[in-house]
Design a protein around this ligand. Structure first.
Ligand SMILES: [Zn+2]
Length: 190
């Protein structure tokens, strides 16, 4: 499936979710057997670990449809990059959607310069450049920082190797989107 078609399919699923008209495709015992020996997910989602933003549910997709990577603040690191490269190269998935969301706790902690313990600081350090980009902009700092973080991760992905080469070869498209916690709608950012 090409990237544009994959994006249309995701957004159509989100529209069903917002309208309360979920179809729950690909969640039957027949589907379990159909994909038992191989997967061909049509989209890669890099989303936040937040319990309110599960990609399969908000896009109304089922087993084998989405290759999902979740981490607080939907940041990028080498293990996540490796996972994305695997799905593009080995599974033939052509769309990566970076999915941030309103009132993200990881972004909020970064904005507040929260004192954190242990490995949480790794998340905040990754998000800090996004906050720095918008700290003097008008409007709500958290909202602006969530959007800036989505754009930053999209940029980081697009400029990393070998993803940049895969983009040039038209094998993958990278987009960014934000989930609205109040309405359940996904809005494209990049
Ligand atoms: Zn979050």
């Amino acid at each position: 499936m090409n990237a544009n078609h994959a994006l249309e399919k995701l957004m159509a699923g989100n529209q069903r979710y917002v309208a309360g008209q979920l179809v729950h495709h690909h969640q039957s015992s027949k589907r379990i057997r159909a994909i038992a020996t191989g997967q061909h997910p049509f989209a890669i989602i890099l989303g936040c670990a937040d319990s309110r933003v599960p990609p399969e549910i908000i896009f109304d997709q089922g087993l084998g449809d989405l290759f999902v990577i979740r981490v607080a603040g939907n940041i990028l690191d080498d293990a996540i990059l490796g996972s994305i490269e695997y799905a593009v190269k080995e599974l033939g998935t052509s769309l990566v959607l970076v999915l941030g969301h309103e009132r993200c706790g990881a972004v909020a902690a970064t904005v507040k310069h929260a004192e954190v313990l242990g490995h949480i600081s790794i998340l905040l350090n990754a998000i800090q450049p996004a906050v720095d980009r918008v700290k003097h902009e008008p409007g709500d700092l958290l909202d602006n920082a969530v959007r800036a973080n989505i754009k930053l991760v999209v940029e980081q992905l697009k400029s990393s190797l070998p993803v940049a080469e895969l983009i040039q070869q038209n094998r993958v498209k990278i987009v960014g989107a934000q989930y609205n916690l109040d309405r359940g709608a996904v809005e494209m950012i990049t």
